[in-house]
Design a protein around this ligand. Structure first.
Ligand SMILES: [Fe+2]
Ligand SMILES: [Fe+2]
Length: 155
């Protein structure tokens, strides 16, 4: 069973981001399936730490693309990333310190944690995709112009 379900509405149009989103969903779902099977607390904490690492790297990718392309929602979006990483740390620390595991609470925390950001900040990355395309277009035009200039001067 899946905790987070991929929805085509999540697609941003940026291939590297969409690819990582699908991978992250698969990672969270495999954590969920470990939860519903035999597990030890140490294994779950280890999995959450791995999820943290993958998500941190993913956020770095999005933030780099946003900065590079002058995305107007960069500040709010990156702020939400920082809060999400803090929340994931809290979820992991809760799990580490508790003697019993509240599966329902953990499932709700993880799915809310992920889906709310997807539906709000990440779904708006469509506008970033347009900025990337525009930037590539401009740089192609610049390359063409430079080639023409070179052809005039070097004959
Ligand atoms: Fe994302
Ligand atoms: Fe994001």
């Amino acid at each position: 069973m899946e905790l987070v379900k991929w929805n085509d509405k999540f697609a941003t149009g940026i291939a590297s981001v969409d690819h990582e989103h699908e991978e992250l969903i698969a990672t969270i779902n495999s954590f969920y399936s470990a939860l519903t099977h035999d597990y030890s607390k140490a294994q779950l904490v280890n999995s959450l730490n791995n999820i943290y690492g993958a998500i941190h790297a993913h956020f770095m990718l999005e933030e780099k693309l946003m900065r590079k392309n002058g995305y107007d929602g960069y500040i709010e979006h990156s702020h939400d990333h920082a809060q999400l990483l803090d929340a994931l740390r809290d979820i992991t620390m809760d799990l580490e310190s508790s003697s019993t595991l509240d599966e329902e609470k953990l499932k709700a925390q993880l799915s809310d944690w992920f889906l709310v950001h997807f539906k709000t900040h990440d779904s708006r990355l469509h506008t970033l995709e347009k900025l990337i395309a525009k930037r590539e277009n401009e740089s192609n035009r610049l390359i063409q112009a430079l080639k023409k200039i070179k052809a005039i001067f070097i004959k």
